[in-house]
Ligand binder design. Sequence first.
Ligand SMILES: [Zn+2]
Length: 334
Amino acid sequence: MTQRGAVLLGNWVACDAYAENRPVRVVTHAHADHTGGLRWSLRECQKVLMTEATRDLIEVLQGPLARLNDIETLEYDRSMQFDGERLTLFKAEHILGAAQVLVESEMGERVAWTGDFRLDGTSPLVDCDTLVVESTYGSPSCRRSFDVDVRKLLVRMVEERLKGGAVYVFGYHGKLQEVMQILYENDVSVPFVMPEKVYEVSKVCERHGMRLGCLTLSSQKEGKMLLDENLPCVAFYHMNSRGNVGLNSERICVSGWEFHKPCRRIGEKEHIIALSDHSDFDGLIEYVRQAKPKRVITENHGGGHGETLAKEINRRLGIPALAMPCKKYQATLS
Ligand SMILES: [Zn+2]
């Protein structure tokens, strides 16, 4: 793994950031911390690969990319060959389009990168010699072992609050659409109101098979009226808008950084619900335990717990594990 956060697999592939001398770039999903240097990759690489859904989401989130047509899409469980290596994408449960990546050499050596994932729904757990695993919640302090169904709790909270009018939900792209889907599947049938970017992301999700309910733009007449008159509807906004909209309404934030309770009150009319699109510590350990790789690299680039996770994998499972890039090395460089 490079200092910029590129996960290098085999001889040719760099995932989730631009890396020099790597002719194949893979984007595992559309979150901004995985699309670093994409324009460079489009200029420099021979192949830029991702799922079709990820390409569509990036186009909405970042605007049209130059040479967007040069992005090659690869569906789950399909492979492509590049100079003696075989690359396959597998489903990761995280946001729409998210993928795990496996690279196999001519000699049969298998190296895989999980990308961001939540264990529940991620399939298959990739059988490989070397596994690079994400480590966002890689510390034993990051466990969400609640004895309640967080989705049902979310539905109940929204339903109760709708009696008083509009309910605002704040979260990140992808997660907001997951909440819409949960509410829709549980028969919450009020209009869902949202600003343009959230609407466009939602429309991509619908095009790729998610069912989200009745979507209305907050800038259009009906959406504006629903919010202005505090009528029963659910308003979906990006977490960054939390300080600007729905200040006097009932508010629910969805976040993975909650470990003690499934729901916590943070203001007079505001709660946080522990809904995560990443595995908690137990989920990360369980992936490695089931996949049984010969060695593990824990991703140590973002704000996660790479070094702790490497130690815990070693201690609990007896599998050699190393955090990369090494933070001490980074410190001497800076
Ligand atoms: Zn992500």
